[in-house]
Design a binder for this molecule. Structure first.
Ligand SMILES: Nc1ncnc2c1ncn2[C@@H]1O[C@H](COP(=O)(O)OP(=O)(O)OP(=O)(O)O)[C@@H](O)[C@H]1O
Ligand SMILES: [Mg+2]
Length: 504
């Protein structure tokens, strides 16, 4: 192509302390084209785009905008040359309204005061760009993570960028919301906006991309057309093929004991009359549309929220309502859907984040067992192949997918025998997904029980022994793994045919 790129990172490198995270990588963004960045968790994708966004400075190489070498000392400088970035971890202020978040840093004023009316109007216009019609006075903290992601996207779009960088924008979106976003991207492409897109959903690459840049361990591996087959893309990014995407080894449950018993659980406004049991060795999947009450149900069982009536029992012992401590003591581990908000303390070390659930319970004679904790954490980090420099690094410095593995690792260390997984592989690369599935096998082979909520239907179908479908806060039906097909699940999940596309 002879067209001049809008933006080029030319032979850039980035070093953190002793670690080279990006080594001599070149990538360009062209007008009206979507460049895809592909690589495993920790490959360096977010680090690379942060150099375009003015967050990090390259240690060598240079940045070229419209044919001229520039420096981007901060995010304002990047925005000034037309670069807008949607970061992987959301940057919204939970205690501020949607309108204030969208217009943050450029509030309309009148007589020196914030013009609330103009603020609302401009925020509404920004949200309309992605077809989102919600009350802009609602606090961002009260929104689900998918909605928060959409607010972040609207905010970036409203800056009128020529170059739009999207770091895993679809990770928390439903299929329907993803399609809305892709329609917006198609429109921007028409208008000559150049985009850089990151996703672990390989099927999205051919759908929106033009060209794919593949990174492995911070190195440039190659550039291929977005139409390249998924198998081929996996080989490029992982360095080997992946035989079996869903390696579920089902246990023989014949005589197995009931581990988790949920009886008539009801939480006013969220879910009603939910009853089921999970046996030792079993993976129970819960499918349903966003808003069906799945996350609320999992949180209630985990002790994170109180409920109105009904009981939760582990091996016959009824748990007190709303006590995370009691749930952990009973062997429950909870991998929440929002790792940043509910799972991790970003400033604390990997070691401490991994030990969070266990330090108290493994104390010897009232003394916290730091050394034991450290060696257990190191072993689990190794087993999960968490990419980090040292275990004392703040967990916030790990790549997104590696943070997700750490949330999982916490419960491995705690030897949880009842795992509650809410979207367990969100943001996790294809290779690491298989590692997580194999861990699920290990846990069930040892007699553990797993409850998994996921919006990825292939994952639910591929990894569950039995599937419950929720609709509008109630159980709509149950399917054995033999009966379960995409269609069977969707028929139970959908309120009406029009909404079936909500499910990925
Ligand atoms: N501020 C930092 N300090 C130290 N190391 C860092 C920092 N930021 C990133 N890293 C390291 O750089 C490597 C690349 O991280 P990066 O976030 O770019 O990966 P990624 O490709 O975006 O992965 P993911 O798919 O999980 O989001 C990781 O090993 C990470 O731990
Ligand atoms: Mg990333």
């Amino acid at each position: 192509m002879t067209q001049q790129p809008l933006l080029t990172l030319q032979n850039v490198s980035k070093v953190f302390g002793p670690v080279t995270v990006i080594n001599d990588v070149t990538v360009s963004v062209y007008p009206g084209r979507v460049q895809v960045l592909l690589g495993e968790n920790g490959a360096g994708k977010s680090t690379l785009i942060k150099m375009m966004a003015g967050v990090y400075q390259p240690d060598s190489g240079h940045i070229v905008v419209d044919g001229k070498t520039v420096t981007l000392p901060n995010t304002r400088a990047a925005e000034a040359v037309g670069i807008a970035t949607i970061h992987q971890e959301l940057n919204l202020v939970p205690t501020m309204s949607i309108a204030e978040n969208v217009m943050l840093g450029r509030m309309p004023t009148r007589h020196g005061l914030v013009d609330r009316r103009a603020l609302r109007q401009q925020a509404r216009a920004a949200l309309a760009l992605i077809g989102l019609d919600i009350d802009v006075d609602v606090l961002v903290g009260d929104l689900g993570i998918a909605r928060q992601q959409l607010v972040e996207i609207a905010k970036a779009l409203s800056i009128n960028a020529r170059i739009l960088i999207l770091d895993e924008p679809t990770a928390a979106l439903t299929r329907h919301e993803t399609e809305n976003l892709f329609a917006v991207m198609a429109d921007l492409r028409q208008r000559g906006v150049g985009m850089l897109f990151i996703s672990h959903h390989l099927d999205e690459i051919a759908e929106v991309g033009d060209t794919v840049t593949v990174l492995r361990d911070g190195e440039f591996i190659g550039e291929v057309p977005a139409s390249t087959s998924e198998d081929e893309l996996v080989k490029l990014m992982v360095g080997r093929g992946i035989e079996d995407q869903f390696p579920r080894l089902s246990e023989n449950l014949g005589q197995a004991a009931e581990v988790l018993t949920v009886d008539n659980l009801t939480s006013a406004g969220s879910f009603r009359d939910i009853s089921f049991t999970i046996k030792a060795g079993e993976v129970l999947g819960i499918a349903g549309l966003v808003g069906a009450g799945r996350t609320e149900l999992i949180r209630a069982i985990a002790g994170a929220d109180r409920y109105t009536s009904g009981t939760v029992a582990v091996r016959g012992q009824i748990l007190p309502k709303g006590s995370i401590k009691a749930a952990i003591a009973a062997g429950i581990g909870h991998v929440p859907e929002d790792r940043k908000g509910q799972g991790l303390v970003l400033d604390a070390s990997v070691n401490n984040n991994l030990g969070y659930a266990t330090l108290a319970s493994t104390a010897k004679l009232g003394m916290v067992d730091f050394a034991g904790q450290r060696s257990r954490a190191s072993a689990v980090a190794k087993r999960l192949r968490i990419r980090m420099h040292t275990i004392d690094q703040p967990i916030g410095a790990l790549s997104g997918g590696n943070q997700q593995k750490a949330v999982f690792g916490r419960w491995i260390i705690a030897a949880s025998t009842v795992l509650l997984l809410d979207e367990p592989t969100r943001g996790v690369d294809v290779g690491a997904k298989v590692e997580i599935y194999e861990l699920m096998n290990t846990i069930t082979a040892a007699g553990g029980a797993i409850l998994m909520v996921s919006s990825e239907l292939p994952e639910i179908l591929g990894m569950s022994d039995r599937i419950l479908v929720m609709r509008d806060g109630r159980l709509a039906g149950e399917l054995s793994s033999a009966e379960a097909t995409q269609d069977a699940v969707m028929t139970l999940a959908a309120r009406d045919v029009d909404e079936t596309h909500e499910q990925r």
